[in-house]
Ligand binder design. Structure first.
Ligand code: SF4
Ligand code: SF4
Length: 451
């Protein structure tokens, strides 16, 4: 068993509702709404017009900057609108709306690379970029940028198969049903970075997937090593995973590349394989639909842009007492106020919770138990950071390294006073970053005046 990291919590994993359920295709949606912002970085510019016919895999959104990722049609049919539509971030975002013709016509641009074994690292990265591959574990950072910024620095490549969020089983099912794609993607990453082997970090509550991967790796003699990890939240956070596998710690304010590591999710590795060997861009997500409010929890293969309401309907709908809808896991997911938003590249789970799971209290209050500090994997002091944020003490927040908070929610989970710690950390990070940007702008202005 690999090493471990500081802090963390052991929430009930609640995965039995879906971890034995094979991935089912979502019935084809009548319409998809594909936002031009499905990644971290600059939004895309639509390159199709109303009335145009599009095919599956056709480019519909072009990159407008280096830190971006192109966007492709997930169904074939007619473009009926290019306009702002509700997005899972809570705002309206420019989107391409396509009425499905149910023909599933593949675009001629979707074809495998010729002689993939002869491609250079640069040619592979170009294919990954053009396929719109982003961090599909939820971060959605463009993969071509992550790879390019790590070339020459990274000596350890990790596939993150820990899936430590409760309820989520989409990665687990991908490992069981598409192991060749994950291993194939890992092999491509080994070639790109020029490393001897790729590590797959997997929690020990998914031993059947670890055993299957081992068998496939041995049969293929692939340069991939399975690392079994303790089941502990947030094992799947990048910095914690790097520490568990290599023993190296990412310094405050730095990224895994600073200690020679690059981390890719299970579905990102599989998407890299599909981009190279099938020519298929990122047009679908495997989504776990679960939670006490869902009638029949499932794992669904969904076209990007399908409405969340279709996913819930496919699972028998939600109970009348449902009080909360989340995109993502219960620890780090984002609340959704409507099911009329689309599936994005980041959507690995949709959870609905019935009333009896409500954990909020009317008057949250700190009892100074110190539990939040003992579980914080970034060794922060959430209690004090919370107080500083409430009082607007920006320099104290900065000195307390609040920008290192990974918003994992471990502190809020353990807090008996039910303080809204994650919201406070999120706000504090925004305030500190805004203050830093303002100070930088002031310094630049001053430099310009005195020049
Ligand atoms: S949310 Fe931030 S402060 Fe809270 S435990 Fe996670 S890293 Fe620490
Ligand atoms: S865990 Fe909650 S109640 Fe305990 S010290 Fe931290 S903020 Fe206060």
């Amino acid at each position: 068993m690999a090493q471990s990291f500081f802090g963390g919590v052991h929430p009930h994993d609640k995965k039995t509702a879906t971890n034995k359920k094979p991935i089912e295709p979502l019935p084809p949606p009548a319409q998809v709404v594909i936002p031009m912002s499905l990644h971290i970085g600059a939004p895309c510019r639509p390159c199709v017009s109303v009335g145009e016919h599009v095919n599956v895999g056709q480019l519909i959104g072009e990159m407008t900057a280096y830190v971006s990722a192109p966007i492709h049609a997930s169904v074939s049919g007619k473009v009926v609108a290019v306009e702002p539509r509700p997005h899972f971030s809570g705002t309206d975002v420019l989107s391409v709306v396509i009425d499905n013709d149910y023909q599933n016509t593949l675009d001629p641009s979707v074809k495998p690379a010729e002689h993939p074994e002869d491609l250079t690292a640069e040619e592979l990265v170009e294919i990954i970029k053009n396929a719109g591959v982003v961090g599909l574990g939820g971060a959605t950072f463009p993969t071509h940028v992550k790879i390019a910024s790590g070339l020459g620095k990274v000596d350890t490549v990790i596939v993150n198969a820990s899936e430590c969020e409760p309820y989520n089983t989409s990665d687990h099912r991908i490992l069981l049903e598409y192991p060749e794609e994950v291993i194939g993607g890992a092999k491509l990453l080994a070639r790109i970075f020029g490393v001897d082997k790729v590590h797959v970090g997997i929690e020990d509550n998914k031993r059947n997937a670890a055993q299957l991967l081992q068998q496939k790796i041995q049969a293929d003699q692939a340069p991939v090593a399975v690392e079994l990890l303790h089941t502990r939240y947030p094992q799947g956070a990048e910095k914690q995973l790097c520490q568990s596998i290599t023993g190296r710690q990412v310094p405050p304010g730095e990224l895994p590349a600073a200690i020679g590591c690059a981390v890719f999710s299970v579905d990102t590795a599989a998407a890299i394989y599909r981009a190279v060997y099938q020519g298929m861009p990122v047009i679908r997500r495997i989504v776990t639909v679960s939670g006490s409010g869902v009638m029949e929890p499932k794992n669904l293969a969904c076209p990007i842009g399908a409405p969340l309401s279709d996913l819930l309907d496919c699972c028998g709908g939600v109970s009348e007492s449902t009080y909360k809808l989340l995109m993502g896991g219960p620890m780090m997911g984002n609340a959704q106020y409507s099911a009329d938003v689309p599936v994005g590249k980041c959507t690995n789970a949709i959870l609905a919770f019935a009333k009896d799971e409500e954990r909020t209290v009317e008057h949250p209050a700190c009892i100074r138990c110190g539990k939040c500090a003992s579980v914080c994997p970034m060794r922060l002091q959430p209690l004090f950071l919370y107080l500083y944020q409430q009082k607007g003490m920006l320099s104290e927040l900065e000195a307390g390294n609040v920008t290192d908070c990974i918003e994992c929610g471990a502190c809020a989970y353990i807090c008996p006073g039910r303080l809204h710690l994650v919201q406070a950390m999120r706000t504090a990070k925004q305030q500190v970053n805004a203050a830093r940007a303002a100070a930088k702008a002031r310094a630049e202005n001053k430099g310009g005046e005195s020049a």
